[in-house]
Structures are given as structure tokens and as C-alpha cells.
Design a protein around this ligand. Structure first.
Ligand code: PEP
Ligand code: MG
Length: 552
């Protein structure tokens, strides 16, 4: 690809970074079943399995030492499996007796172990993924190819892929990846959200990205949605300067002193600790489903208490808004969702899961109440994907019965935004999930890069709905938060404040930039910005209206 070529996509995580390209390694193909190894070579072929397993166990041991928490436990489990004498001896036996290739033998023996574990069910069935992971590691070692998924490198790299699964993105934490480029994916996909949480600049929907040869240096500009091939030295220096995070002093306020608390979005204890270190004033959205994405069975109450306490403990005496499981759509949880829906975004997701599994919700509320008893954080609970007053009422009574006193709902559907006044009669607060609100208002799948322009909180229809919710909040004297990605957009923050939003919750890295913009505008300027924006008919007009008022 020619030097200076610029590929366009959609910037979904701000910032710039430059590094050589590494491609996401493709899944391993099933090794040929028909290949028969000559008698004379079988012993060497069998030995190769033994040495590959040793190398994999060594690699995992080294990586376990550098990991912590959940990642350490996962690596450790895989290391033990890789050292499992049964797997290796059965596979070598198959090579010696039947002449299978080493890779094929490992594949077949792993399949029998997987089937046996799956038949046992429960926690044992969850180990099927571990067996497959070890199988792939040993086969990749035998074939001298990259393990499927995010390659491990010692030097910084830009990861290029058609798309990333949640598991791929989870593997990025702690690695040397400095930016993401994908051919598919939308701005509010959870891949994009994790990229923002990790502070990795990301551009999605880049046609032809996977054709950039490996090792080519690219500059990823997450603000402009551009990928520059072989950029000039001066551009690389610019990227290095832009990587600096603006620090946050710990209090969001406007120029006239009016307070606007700036909170963090987190997915678990490690995120919460990082958010506290970034001086977030509390947590405005704890996505509890992120704690259990890899679980085949529902977590027990005790497991949930532990997971929630980890987050609450990071914010003693501070507000922590915990969202009940938002399973479904782009975050299906095997224990909560049916997998045969034609339109999962319009299906049984979020609070709707309680229709068929009320026990799951009640257990979660009980676990949260227990966690709250043990910690000093000011716990608030809210439900995702609410569309009717009856749903809000039912959720509020379940939450209060469990012993939780501050109960709210997310406003993610146009129905909820239009009914905000009535909803605020039955709950204590609302929080705008602008990612889904945009998706459902514009009827545009948030995962589709092609529709990224519609999935934009600056769309006038979305801004007017936010305004309705703000009006209802002011009239009721109740809090209206924003916890969708819109909250981290510095240009939008004054508009949201003017529309009646009382707190903003975002990825911790955005706190400093949002705080800096808010500190320069007064309550009056925010109101004027909001009024002007409410009259806008297009995204362009809305952006222009917001910027004109701010500079006046
Ligand atoms: C949202 O929809 O804006 C939101 C915050 O929830 P999630 O992104 O987890 O769906
Ligand atoms: Mg949502």
C-alpha cells in the first residue's frame, strides 16, 4: 500500500497512536484427518506434541507471572491443562498407533475431552473453552503459526482485524497494542467501549484495512477516523504528544461554580480502582454483565456479592450506580438469553430478561443489597432497557423489597424518554443511555459501521428526547444522568448540562477534557447552547449551534 495513503473510517475512541500493523490471527483450520504419518516418523511426530506442550506451559507460566486478578486465574488454569499428562499421552498414543499427524491427534483428543466435560454440565462444561484454548496453543506451536486472537508481541503494535469479539478485546488489557483498526463494527459496539476504557485510539468501518501488510507503520487518528499508511515523522511526533491524558482534579463544575459531578463507567473491580485513581467522583454506570460475560451458568449470590464489593470498595462514601444485568443484543449471556431471536437488539434484553427469569433479577438485587451492607459506598441501582411505566414500577418494587433504597432506570428507548415525567413518579432518578437511545431513535444497529452517522448523539431527534427528559427531571427535582458515550464528548457536555442533565458518567480517560470545557462555560451559556441546539434540524446545525453559543 502506497506511502501516505489515508484510509477513512469512523473514529470511535479518541487519540492518536502510530506503530507497525499486526493482524488478528485467524482461527486455526481443522487439521487434515486423512494424513497418515509413516511408521519411521511417528516417534518424532509424537515427541513433537510433548515438546509443544512443554513450550506452551512455559509460555503460560511466564505470562501468569506478569498478570493479575482474573487474567492470572485464566492463564493459570490453561497452564495446568497444558501440562495435563492425559491430553499429551493420549495424543501421542494416537500418533504412534494410528499415524495421525501431531496437530490432528491433539485436535481429536481435545474433542473427546471437550465432549466429556460438556456432558458433565455445570462448572465442568465451562472448562470446554479452556480445553479449546490449550488445544489451539499446542497446535499453533506445532505448526509455528500465531495463536488465534490477539497476538502477543514485545513491541507496540496497531491491531488490524475484520472485527473483534469481546474476548479478543478483553485480551488487549496489559498487552502492547496501542490502537485498533477494524473493517466492521460501530461506534457504540462494546468493542468500541472497551477501546475507550483502555484508552486505545480506535477507528472502525475502515474498508480494506486488512489489506495493509503486517509490519507497515500506520498512524491511527481516532478523532478524525483516519488511518495513515507510513506517515511522516512529524505526524508520529504529533501522535506521541496527543497520547498525554488531561488530568482531572476530582470535581466537575461550571465557570460560575455550579456543580456537575463527573463519574466513571466501569465493568468490574479493576476498572473501579483505575477510575478512583483518575479522581472520578463516583461511578455513574457499573455494567454488571461485564463481570460474567464468560459464564455458562448464572453466578451464585455469593460470587456476585464478591464482584460487586470489589467495585463498591473503590469508592467509599461515594455514589455508585449499579446497573442490573444488561444481557442480550451485542452482549448475550448464555445463562440469560435465548439464542434464536431474529432481532436480538429488539428482543429479550436488559430488564426484559426478568419476564422469563425473575429469579435472576431478584438474586442480583439481593446480592447487591448484601454487598452494599458491607461497604460504605452510596449504592444506587438501575435497570437497563425500560420501555413502560409498569416495567419501572415492577423493578422499583423488587429493588426496594430487596433492601435497596435509591432506585432508578435507564432511558434508552424513545418510549422511556417520552414518558420521563411519569417514570420519575415511580423511580428516584434516571440515567440516559445515549448509545441505545440513538440506536432505537434512529432505528440504526449500533454495531453497523455503515450506519455510524445515524448512531450519533448529536442527531437532533436524540437531543430533543434528551431535552424532554431534562425538563421532566427539573420539574420533578430528580437527577438525570448521562452514562452513554455522549457523556465523554467535551463539545456536547455544555449542551447536556443546559438540557437539564445533572451528572455525566464516562470512561475515566475523558474526565479531564470534559471538566476543562465545563469549567469555561456558565450555567446561562449552557442553557443558551441547549436552546439553540433544540432548534437544530441536522447534526451539522446542532454542532454549529453549540459552538457559537460557547464562544459568545
Ligand atoms: C447506553 O446504551 O448508552 C449505555 C450506557 O448502555 P450500554 O452501552 O451498556 O448498552
Ligand atoms: Mg444500553
Amino acid at each position: 500500500m502506497a506511502q501516505g495513503t489515508v484510509l477513512r473510517g469512523r473514529g470511535v475512541s479518541a487519540g492518536m497512536a502510530a506503530a507497525p500493523v499486526v493482524h488478528l490471527a485467524p482461527p486455526l483450520p481443522e487439521p487434515d484427518a486423512g494424513e497418515v504419518v509413516d511408521q519411521a516418523e511417528r516417534e518424532a511426530e509424537a515427541q513433537a506434541i510433548h515438546w509443544a506442550a512443554v513450550a506452551v506451559a512455559e509460555d503460560l507460566r511466564a505470562r501468569t507471572a506478569g498478570a493479575s486478578g482474573e487474567a492470572r486465574a485464566i492463564l493459570d488454569a490453561s497452564r495446568l491443562l497444558a501440562s495435563d499428562p492425559e491430553l499429551v499421552s493420549e495424543a501421542t498414543q494416537l500418533v504412534r498407533a494410528e499415524g495421525r499427524s501431531a496437530a490432528r491427534a491433539v485436535w481429536e483428543i481435545a474433542a473427546t475431552h471437550e465432549a466429556a466435560l460438556a456432558a458433565l454440565g455445570g462448572r465442568m462444561a465451562e472448562r470446554v473453552a479452556d480445553v479449546r484454548d490449550v488445544r489451539d496453543r499446542i497446535i499453533a506451536e506445532l505448526l509455528e503459526v500465531d495463536m488465534p486472537g490477539v497476538p502477543v508481541r514485545d513491541e507496540p503494535f496497531v491491531l488490524v482485524a475484520v472485527d473483534l469479539s469481546p474476548a479478543d478485546t478483553a485480551a488487549l488489557d496489559g498487552g502492547r497494542c496501542v490502537a485498533l483498526v477494524t473493517e466492521q463494527g460501530g461506534p457504540t459496539s462494546h468493542t468500541a467501549i472497551i477501546a475507550r476504557a483502555l484508552g486505545l485510539p480506535a477507528v472502525v468501518g475502515v474498508a480494506g484495512a486488512t489489506a495493509i501488510p503486517a509490519s507497515t507503520t500506520v498512524l491511527v487518528d481516532g478523532d478524525r477516523g483516519a488511518v495513515e499508511v507510513e506517515p511522516a515523522r512529524s505526524r508520529i511526533e504529533e501522535a506521541e504528544t496527543a497520547a498525554v491524558v488531561v488530568p482531572f482534579g476530582g470535581e466537575g463544575h461550571l465557570a460560575d461554580g455550579a456543580r456537575l459531578p463527573l463519574l466513571a463507567n466501569v465493568g468490574g473491580a479493576a476498572d473501579a480502582v483505575a477510575a478512583a485513581a483518575a479522581h472520578a467522583e463516583g461511578v455513574g454506570l457499573f455494567r454488571t454483565e461485564f463481570c460474567f460475560l464468560d459464564r455458562a451458568e448464572a453466578p451464585t449470590v455469593a460470587e456476585q456479592v464478591e464482584a460487586y464489593r470489589g467495585v463498591l470498595a473503590a469508592f467509599p462514601g461515594r455514589r455508585v450506580v449499579v446497573r442490573t444485568l444488561d444481557a442480550g443484543s451485542d452482549k448475550p449471556l448464555p445463562f440469560a438469553n435465548a439464542d434464536d431471536e431474529e432481532n436480538p437488539a429488539l428482543g429479550v434484553r436488559g430488564l426484559r430478561v426478568a419476564r422469563r427469569s425473575p429469579g435472576l433479577l431478584d438474586d442480583q438485587l439481593r446480592a447487591l443489597a448484601l454487598a452494599a451492607e458491607h461497604e460504605s459506598a452510596l449504592v444506587e441501582v438501575m435497570a437497563p432497557m425500560v420501555a413502560t411505566v409498569e416495567e419501572a414500577q415492577d423493578f422499583a418494587s423488587r429493588a426496594r423489597a430487596a433492601g435497596l433504597s435509591r432506585v432508578g432506570i435507564m432511558i434508552e428507548t424513545p418510549a422511556a424518554a417520552l414518558l420521563a415525567a411519569e417514570l420519575l413518579e415511580v423511580v428516584d432518578f434516571v440515567s440516559l443511555g445515549t448509545n441505545d437511545l440513538a440506536q432505537y431513535t434512529l432505528a440504526a444497529d449500533r454495531l453497523l459501521g455503515d450506519l455510524g452517522d445515524l448512531n450519533d448523539p448529536w442527531q437532533p431527534a436524540v437531543l430533543r428526547l434528551i431535552g424532554l427528559v431534562g425538563d421532566a427531571g427539573r420539574a420533578a427535582g430528580k437527577s438525570v444522568g448521562v452514562c452513554g458515550e455522549a457523556a465523554g464528548d467535551p463539545a456536547l457536555a455544555p449542551v447536556l448540562a443546559g438540557l437539564g442533565v445533572t451528572s455525566l458518567s464516562m470512561t475515566p480517560r475523558s474526565l479531564g477534557r470534559v471538566a476543562a470545557v465545563l469549567a469555561e462555560v456558565t450555567t446561562e451559556q449552557c442553557r443558551r447552547a441547549a436552546d439553540a441546539v433544540r432548534g437544530a434540524a441536522t447534526v451539522e446545525e446542532a454542532r454549529a449551534a453549540a459552538s457559537v453559543v460557547r464562544t459568545r
